[in-house]
Write a protein that binds this ligand. Structure first.
Ligand SMILES: [Zn+2]
Length: 402
């Protein structure tokens, strides 16, 4: 049995002093005062420091590993122009590139304290990302991007072929590695997906009980484009065709009407806020206060390559800063919640991960932070403070990442 100990721990009820977490196989089997747990169990291994803080593993609810090699190389632009540039990169990706991108991204995630993530790979080579995730030990939800209209020739798919390939990937990878790997069906966004493709995606999601995740309402030009296609917004169209629901995760939602918020709440659809990408692509500021007030589950995502790195510390700080610039408030405690339990709930893993609780999976961090005063000290820190990342009971990052 493994002991993880720290000077402080961030537990669901608040910050506690002198805590140990007992880990057996992939789960946390006990959590309590270090002095008591050491009397109760004979630990075969022990990691930690009285100077460190134990935190639940962070969750990146939305990213694109396939864009890793383009970070910093695509000129900043607004969404629709930026996509054209990034698609060029994705269109030229080889199998080796895909493997390299996933390897690099997932190593950086582990070093940044991320234990669970949702990754949109490109249209091809999704298998490579799964293979890397299987080997590295992180809790991964991965899907291949689907596009059967309005894309570049290199990425444009035949509708049936896209669905067929998706189904093959589901059969090969969904709930594999003891349930640590999951497949998510990932149509890119309304502009690039026909209804035929979306109906097929809904059918597969119901058949195999997988999540569907797609981008929506990120930028005003995109929203106007959707209205030209459907005569209404993408979210209202998705509601009409049955795409919304408790297994659906919509990314962005920067531009939302009262009616759309109520539809999302009613259908129990989850959302991901990506402040870094909204900031870089000048998309606007998501009304996250209204989203949460409506009872919609909300998580945080880095959305690399639109943002430059996968640091959850950056996303928490940016989320707070963007709300402040728009006259709203997001306190550090809530920002921390969004990157842990909030994201876990949004991606459908709220019972497995997101907090330090007995019976949950051992997705745990040791941070070189003295958190005795408040959670703000975590939000204000950087990825350099991550000393150990444990995912599913196994050490996936140890020390400094080069
Ligand atoms: Zn994205």
């Amino acid at each position: 049995m493994l002991e993880i100990f720290g000077g402080h721990a961030i537990l669901p009820g608040g910050i506690s002093k002198g805590i140990s977490v007992a880990v057996k196989d992939s789960k946390m089997v006990d959590i309590g005062k270090t002095i008591e747990l050491r009397k109760k169990y004979r630990f075969s291994d022990s990691i930690g420091s009285d100077k460190w803080t134990i935190s639940p593993g962070f969750i990146d609810a939305h990213l694109h590993s396939s864009q890793h090699m383009a970070i910093g190389k695509v000129k900043s632009a607004k969404l629709l122009d930026w996509l054209k540039a990034i698609w060029k990169w994705e269109g030229e990706m080889t199998k080796t590139d895909a493997k390299k991108c996933a390897g690099q991204t997932y190593s950086e995630l582990a070093a940044a304290g991320v234990t669970s993530f949702v990754d949109y790979t490109s249209v091809r080579h999704t298998e490579e990302a799964f293979k890397v995730a299987e080997k590295m030990g992180l809790r991964a939800t991965i899907g291949k991007t689907m596009m059967d209209r309005n894309s570049i020739p290199e990425l444009l798919e035949d509708t049936d072929q896209s669905l067929k390939e998706t189904e093959q990937l589901i059969r090969r990878w969904h709930k594999k590695a003891g349930g640590r790997l999951r497949y998510s069906i990932t149509p890119r966004f309304a502009i690039t997906c026909t209804d035929e493709l979306l109906f097929g995606a809904i059918g597969l999601s119901r058949k195999y009980k997988t999540m569907i995740t797609t981008h929506a309402h990120e930028n005003t030009k995109e929203v106007a484009y959707d209205k030209r296609i459907y005569g209404k917004s993408a979210i209202l169209h998705y509601n009409d065709i049955g795409l919304l629901g408790k297994n659906t995760l919509l990314v962005h939602g920067v531009w939302l009407s009262k009616k759309e918020l109520s539809v999302l709440a009613k259908t129990k659809t989850s959302m991901v806020h990506c402040p870094g990408s909204n900031f870089m692509l000048k998309s606007g500021c998501s009304p996250i206060g209204k989203i949460m007030k409506a009872g919609i589950k909300l998580g945080l995502g880095s959305d690399i390559g639109a943002y430059k790195n996968v640091s959850p510390f950056d996303q928490m700080k940016l989320a707070i800063r963007m709300q402040k610039q728009n006259g709203k408030t997001l306190n550090p405690k809530l920002a921390f919640y969004l990157v842990t339990q909030g994201s876990a709930d949004a991606i459908g893993l709220g019972k497995e991960t997101g907090s330090l609780e007995i019976g949950k999976k051992a997705d745990v961090l040791l941070l070189d932070i003295d958190a005795k005063s408040s959670i703000a000290s975590i939000v204000n820190a950087s990825t350099k403070s991550v000393k150990k990342t444990i995912a599913n009971g196994k050490l996936v990052f140890d020390g400094e990442y080069e």
